[in-house]
Design a binder for this molecule. Sequence first.
Ligand SMILES: O=C(O)CCC(=O)C(=O)O
Ligand SMILES: [Mn+2]
Length: 182
Amino acid sequence: MEYAPLLFTRAESEDLFSQLLATTPWQQDEVVIFGQRRILSRKVAWMGDAGFTYSYSGTSKTASPWSPALRLIRERVEQQCAHRFNSCLLNLYHDGSEGMGWHSDDEKTLGRNPVIASVSLGAERIFKLKHRKSGEVVSVLLEDGSLLVMKGETQHHWVHTMPKTKKVNTPRINLTFRTFLD
Ligand SMILES: O=C(O)CCC(=O)C(=O)O
Ligand SMILES: [Mn+2]
């Protein structure tokens, strides 16, 4: 796991945040939990190269084309990681009442040891990883404009979460760049 606090300057990230907020085709997320369909207040979008369908917690989505803001972010991330990405999942957390439960990004179509590059814009939030066997928990503060890269066997051995918190009352956008295999 690698963390870079300032992939984007404060000014860049402010500008990118408002562009993404305005131009992203945000959808209300839906998940199936114990066989029941639930609407989440977090908003999501799925962007990528043409023709991708992504299945995620029981629903499937087709990728929208890259927006100019997201294309720019992708280029910076690809330079930093020396890795190409063909898709990105965007999450909009309106405030600390919205989060994401424990999971790993282990969809089969990502391959065995995926590189997942996570860009954070807006409110700082704590991100946690937990080792499946030992139970060890690692907390990382994901700052505005930062990049967190998970790779190698991370998804086999660790689950991760974006916990809800009462301390945050401003929005955050998270982008996870992923590479789906053909
Ligand atoms: O918001 C985050 O930092 C985590 C997002 C995440 O884990 C995911 O989209 O799979
Ligand atoms: Mn994840």
